[in-house]
Design a protein around this ligand. Structure first.
Ligand code: ZN
Length: 522
């Protein structure tokens, strides 16, 4: 008689239990989507007719906020319910962060991620726990990468002067004028097509699918995507060159920013249509009844609201206020005014599978009705407000924090344990955050400042624990390396374990340490 495999049996029982519970979740995240540009969040343009429809049938959170103002700072919160500054480094993603995909995969749920944001790629360690991970980073079928490869091959053989011309702003502008520029990201239609293909292959099993759309991210080229131009029809070729000029020189005219907003709104309408296609597929396959869809964004986008364009380490609501909608047959319809953050998404997803959340998750399950009294957002950055990938979080790194309660927001910077550049806003009287009332509201400032200080101390402890773990891993790998390569001459070598690799120059001397897995699982 064939021997019974207890492990496999338990796994099958677990799967059957989950299947009876009929819990599948699709997490849809949209890069750079600020809440006030969706029509269901009060925007005067009808940018999101389909999202409006399902928001009206599900839970729509009016006060949802990002825990970081750019991708690298906010995704640890979305996928690992962690504060961005609890770890010793943001990129690559810390080994201490427990991705929701890892938790779900262990329970036998099929997991898939489809996106084209390089900061969330396998290269930076975001591929942990996925049965299918498509980041389009090394895909040979990607036309952009193919084109770049061909371009690079040609460019490599050109004389130096022509090479310089290729890199020049003039040629870049000419390409934009002629409509030859291509978006560096994969469009929403392709992402949706991949999502539907994966669902088709896996619809008979409990699943978790994450799709991330990049269409709202700059650069705002309009030549390469077939979106309907409802607002941006007037954006001429010359205007497009002007937009590029503004991006390069960081000097904006009000006409150019209006043109950018027109393209942004049109692209949002285009994403809305793609999401509708995804829903239609779920409906046609009978999956809509047992699937919960969560829609949100990693951060917003600034259109000179506070004098800047894009999304760097700034903490006003054009960057932090994001949409959050939960839709599903078991979800009660309501407009929810609770203060919530991206940290709450992973615990909520786990609750749909009836899985207890790991101890290191910082958020709450939104279905069990908790109330946050404040939300903290934070990011490390340089003097220009930019995070440079690969940077460790040193005491000298500038860190900006924002704490928000229902009616107040305090923004401050911290370096070497000192808080400076404090700003306080009364959100009830001044929702656009134009008047710093720090001097007038000393008591409120002190109250919020003390919460931030405690949070900073807690994070410091977490970081040093994370650093110690990292050093232990390095020591272990180093020992392994020396024992396996002790007889080789001193050259650069690499030594790898499951997800770790160490690069050494001389025997025993570490010049670079990486914790990456370059290969995504099949
Ligand atoms: Zn982003």
């Amino acid at each position: 008689m064939k021997r019974l495999d207890i492990g496999a049996l338990l796994m099958a029982m677990e799967r059957a239990k989950l299947w009876r519970m009929k819990s599948n979740v699709i997490l849809v995240t949209i890069d750079c989507l600020r809440a006030d540009h969706l029509s269901c969040y009060g925007y005067e343009r009808k940018t999101t007719p389909f999202i409006d429809f399902f928001a009206s049938k599900g839970m729509m959170f009016e006060n949802a906020f990002a825990n970081g103002p750019f991708t690298v700072a906010s995704f640890p919160s979305i996928l690992a319910s962690a504060y961005p500054l609890e770890f010793h480094n943001l990129l690559p993603l810390s080994q201490d962060a427990t991705l929701i995909s890892e938790v779900l995969q262990k329970k036998g749920i099929r997991t898939a991620a489809i996106h084209s944001n390089p900061y969330l790629s396998a290269f930076y360690g975001y591929n942990r726990g996925w049965n299918y991970f498509q980041d389009f980073l090394y895909s040979t079928s990607n036309r952009i990468l193919k084109r770049d490869y061909i371009k690079q091959s040609i460019v490599r053989h050109l004389p130096q002067r022509i090479l310089k011309l290729c890199e020049s702003k003039v040629l870049h502008k000419l390409k934009v004028f002629l409509g030859l520029e291509y978006s560096p990201y994969v469009d929403a239609e392709t992402i949706t097509r991949y999502a539907i293909a994966w669902l088709n292959r896996n619809k008979k099993h409990p699943f978790f699918l994450w799709v991330h759309y990049m269409d709202l991210h700059e650069p705002y080229w309009i030549s390469d995507i077939k979106f309907e131009q409802r607002y941006s029809r007037e954006v001429s070729r010359l205007s497009r060159v002007k937009i590029l000029n503004n991006v390069l020189n960081r000097k904006w005219s009000s006409k150019s920013i209006r043109d950018v907003i027109d393209v942004y709104d049109d692209k949002l309408y285009y994403i809305d249509k793609c999401i509708k296609r995804l829903f239609h597929f779920l409906d046609s396959e009978g999956l809509i009844e047992n699937t919960i869809i969560i829609l949100t964004a990693d951060h917003g986008q600034e259109f000179l609201d506070h004098g800047h364009f894009g999304h760097i380490a700034r903490f006003y609501d054009e960057l932090l206020h994001i949409p959050l909608i939960i839709f599903g047959s078991s979800i009660e319809r309501q407009a929810d005014r609770r203060l919530v953050s991206l940290l709450d998404i992973a615990p909520t997803i786990l609750s749909f599978y009836d899985i207890t959340m790991p101890d290191d998750y910082r958020g709450h399950n939104l279905i069990s009705n908790p109330t946050n009294t404040f939300v903290i957002s934070e990011a490390p950055h340089n003097e220009k407000g930019v995070y440079i990938s690969g940077h460790r979080i040193f005491p000298s790194t500038i860190r900006t924090y924002a704490i928000r309660t229902e009616n107040w927001k305090l923004i401050c910077q911290e370096k070497h344990g000192k808080l400076y550049n404090l700003e306080l806003y009364n959100l009830e009287k001044d929702p656009k955050e134009t008047k710093n009332v720090l001097e007038k509201e000393k008591e409120k400032t002190e109250e919020l400042r003390s919460i931030i200080e405690q949070h900073i101390l807690w994070e410091k402890k977490m970081r040093s624990a994370s650093k110690e773990k990292l050093q232990r891993r390095i020591r272990k790998l180093r020992t392994q390396f020396i024992s396996t390569r002790s007889n080789r001459p001193s050259r650069t070598h690499t030594c790898s374990s499951k997800n770790h690799s160490v690069i050494l120059l001389h025997r025993g001397l570490i010049i670079k340490v990486g914790f990456r897995s370059l290969r995504s699982p099949a």
